[in-house]
Design a binder for this molecule. Structure first.
Ligand code: FES
Ligand code: MG
Length: 589
């Protein structure tokens, strides 16, 4: 095998153009690198740093980067750490969903325009993982994921309390006066006891688990808690491996195939993964040139049982999941039951099946066996009708109570039907939810619109709406919710969400009025407003969208270029750019 010519040598060791070579070299020597190193033919490896004070979920990467560097050096490479645009799910207003595509864009430019031969993608908080993998897919240079790892388990009053999930629960108790403000805040803090990302199977643990299902990280990477010694060891091994990958020319295009995308969908069902996986995995697939349609989530993933007993679909948290063996145990169990593409290639240089060959058997408690799962058929249901062309419902979080109240009426099994109350964005919801004139009772369906990519802007996590306090006091902790936004992966609500097209561009939710009756048939996937067609068309003709103006330049650009949730909410013009790594930028002088 002939060694491929380093791309970085076009900057630092180009005898055809000594003037430019000198210009490129000079400033990289000024902090102590030597010309010998930069012209040695060693691969130059980027460390795409997503940690910062603004991104606490990923902040441990600031320390892990040292172990990554040592791994890179040990394997004969040279490390260049650089920042990625920060993404913080809970701190960023009006939503971190604006940042995914922005971080993606920035990372593509860095990987294209600087002398890098490979990259370590440091992932963690929800959108950092898809942003980094999307960029690696577009650029198609050797790339490997290193997760920050989840936080340690949280505890409140002697029971496990998951980040996010405890807030959705405790705010109900706050609303009824059962606990006070200080106690409520104490619950939130207790659920986040260490560095790392959410310890529930929220979007962060989901997306890092799916990075492993995709084959983009070393086996076992996803579940190691951030403070554990194995996390630093994984950082070292990841740094070593990327250098080998450069020499093997192992690129994302060989890994991010249709088989890998299907593996992500399959594993997502088995872990009870976040509904945010839909736009993120769809975005990764599209940037990798893999065709995916919304229905794939149901046809590939619905039939898979829920194996992982972790909140919000189950009861344990990250440390329990890690001790039970994490993602490799789940993948091995799926593989043994014909629900995984075992021949998919991974960054380890081996197939998915080879990676998990030595994984242990499920412990039967935190990770269930395929034969005795938490729940059969636990994937997403994909819905369609006059309300939208596509929306999803996460069936793994349908509680017995919810099923009994809404989905088990005689003669109407799995049919959700009720009068809707419609809100235009979350301010409208907060202002009016307690208004008795709305007539909200246990049979009401709450709808929120203008919360999609264009309406918000960036699709916001607002669909899991809490019922009015009076209803909560009567024991109705949740109502069915529908929306064109997203919901937190830490929420246990079986909302109907990611509705596309969104209200802002004339989707059916925009035509809905409070008092209409909506019927969702989970048997057929039909989701319709029971409104006369003539009346529906009258409303369409009179439709005027109602959403706020852009507040920043990026919001305006984003709204102009973004697609819908069902299509991954990518910058549509970006999808055509592939193999950017092969495109050598012009010299800059
Ligand atoms: Fe960052 Fe949950 S808020 S991982
Ligand atoms: Mg979230």
């Amino acid at each position: 095998m002939t060694k491929p010519t380093r791309r970085s040598a076009l900057w630092f060791d180009n005898p055809d153009n000594p003037g430019m070579t000198a210009l490129y070299l000079e400033r990289y020597l000024n902090y102590g690198l030597t010309r010998e190193e930069l012209q040695s033919g060693k691969p130059l490896i980027g460390i795409a740093q997503t940690g910062s004070d603004l991104s606490p979920c990923n902040r441990v990467h600031l320390e892990l980067a040292q172990r990554v560097r040592e791994g890179i050096r040990a394997a004969g490479g040279i490390a260049f750490e650089f920042p990625v645009h920060p993404i913080q799910e809970t701190g960023r207003r009006p939503t971190a969903s604006l940042d995914r595509n922005l971080a993606y864009l920035g990372l593509v430019e860095i990987l294209h325009g600087y002398p890098l031969d490979g990259v370590v993608l440091t992932t963690g908080c929800d959108k950092t993982t898809p942003a980094c993998i999307m960029a690696a897919a577009t650029v198609n240079l050797p790339a490997i994921v290193l997760s920050a790892g989840p936080m340690l388990d949280g505890w409140v009053d002697g029971r496990l309390a998951g980040s996010g999930t405890i807030i959705w629960e405790s705010r109900l108790r706050l609303a009824t006066g059962e606990i006070g403000y200080d106690e409520f805040m104490g619950h939130a803090a207790a659920a986040a006891p260490s560095t790392g990302y959410c310890n529930t199977m929220g979007t962060a643990s989901t997306m890092n688990s799916l990075a492993e299902a995709l084959g983009m990280c070393l086996p076992g990477n996803a579940s190691i808690p951030a403070p554990y010694r194995e996390r630093g060891q994984m950082a070292y091994l990841t740094g070593k491996r990327i250098v080998e990958m450069v020499d093997e020319d192992l690129r994302p295009s060989k890994i991010l195939t249709r088989a890998a995308i299907e593996n992500a969908i399959l594993v997502n069902s088995a872990i009870g993964g976040s509904t945010n996986a839909q736009p993120h995995i769809t975005a990764i697939a599209r940037h990798a040139g893999v065709e995916i349609v919304p229905e794939d989530w149901q046809t590939v993933g619905y039939d898979v049982p829920l194996l992982v007993n972790v909140q919000p679909a189950g009861k344990y948290l990250s440390e329990g999941f890690h001790r039970a063996g994490g993602v490799p145990v789940v993948m091995k169990e799926l593989l043994a039951n014909g629900k995984l593409n075992g021949d998919a290639l991974t960054v380890s240089g081996r197939t998915a099946a080879e990676n998990v060959a030595d994984a242990r058997a499920p412990d039967g408690e935190v990770i269930k066996s395929f034969a005795a799962p938490m729940k059969e058929k636990a994937g997403f249901v994909v819905l369609k009708g006059n309300l939208f062309d596509s929306a999803i419902m996460k069936t793994s979080v349908i509680s017995d109570d919810f099923r009994a109240r809404y989905l088990s009426r005689p003669g109407r099994e799995n049919v959700l039907e009720g009068r809707v109350v419609v809100f235009d964005g979350s301010e409208d919801y907060h202002h009016r939810i307690e208004d008795p004139a709305l007539g909200i009772d246990e049979n009401t369906i709450l709808v929120i619109r203008y919360s999609g990519p264009i309406g918000w802007p960036g699709a916001a996590e607002v669909v899991n709406m809490q019922p009015p306090a009076a209803l909560i006091k009567r024991g109705v902790a949740s109502l069915p919710c529908i929306g064109d936004g997203r919901q937190s992966g830490t929420s246990g609500s079986p909302s109907i969400l990611n509705a596309s097209p969104e209200a802002a561009i004339g989707g059916g939710l925009g035509l809905l009025e409070t008092g209409d009756v909506v019927r969702i048939d989970l048997n057929t996937g039909a989701a319709d407003a029971l409104v006369e067609p003539a009346e529906w068309e009258r409303r369409r003709a009179a439709f005027v969208p109602n959403y706020p103006e852009s507040q920043t330049p990026w919001q305006e650009i984003f709204r102009e270029k973004v697609g819908q949730q069902s299509d991954g909410a990518v910058l549509e013009l970006a999808v055509k750019y592939r193999d950017v790594y092969e495109k050598i930028p012009r010299d800059n002088h």
